[in-house]
Design a protein around this ligand. Sequence first.
Ligand code: FAD
Length: 265
Amino acid sequence: MYSFDYQRATDTQSAVKTLANAPDAKFLAGGQSLLAAMKLRLAQPSTLVDVTRIPDLQTVMVDSKIVKLGAAVCHADVAENAQIQNVLPALAQLAAQIGDRQVRALGTLGGSLANNDPAADYPAAVLALNATVVTDRRTIAADAFFLGMYETALAPDELIVAVEFPVPERAAYEKFANPASRFALTGVFVAKFADGVRVAVTGAAASVFRSAPLEQALTASFTPAAARAVTIAADDLNTDLHASAAYRAHLIPVLAARAVTRANG
Ligand SMILES: Cc1cc2nc3c(=O)[nH]c(=O)nc-3n(C[C@H](O)[C@H](O)[C@H](O)COP(=O)(O)OP(=O)(O)OC[C@H]3O[C@@H](n4cnc5c(N)ncnc54)[C@H](O)[C@@H]3O)c2cc1C
């Protein structure tokens, strides 16, 4: 790892200002992705601006319509929050499946979204639930946030402050986890709203994406059979040492059907 400066921000404005004033600086949250990249010398920021102690980024607000989570809320705190378990259990269950206990104790919602790893879990929840990403300067709709592999709509100095998740009628997340890392080999989040169903798939392609065929089938009939009847083309899906594109294409409706079963349960 190359040497770097460390600054701990106490508010949103000073975090953004410190980042803007230091060349090649980066925000630091749980460090579960960034520090690993630095150790491998894939990233060499001059300064790390720690955003985990900023009060606005630690918000947890839950009501019957919206779950609003600060960007620095760690995965374990989402998994174990009784209000979230009650109002939006799919989100708590998703957080509980991320990595291992140590990763969940340190890794954060904002870090996961800003990183946009193709196999990360939270992007599927943000996209399927039609969440809004709140930054220091604007709001970004989920459909406009994820641009590609490790790429988002965030400007280099833009700080995610919070994420607002609308509460659906029903939702669930199912993933086929990589046995070593627990990242999603493929994961499917289904969310049923009054005006239709949204389905987001992670782990299968360069970035999280919505599945139009599954959304149409499940909007017509929110049943496991409707999901299983959908065929997903393998053309744009990943092949790597863990699974072929064809296998991932097969997994998507299988996981969607399991998610619908769980959501209806
Ligand atoms: C062994 C292991 C297993 C894992 N398994 C899984 C898994 O199963 N599923 C899964 O989804 N993830 C998994 N992860 C990743 C984990 O979820 C991390 O928490 C996540 O990738 C990054 O979050 P972080 O808070 O650690 O961010 P950091 O590593 O601190 O930062 C990551 C990136 O986000 C930027 N950033 C951080 N916070 C903000 C913010 N508020 N605004 C703007 N930019 C910001 C940083 O500058 C950096 O570029 C795993 C990680 C490890 C090490």
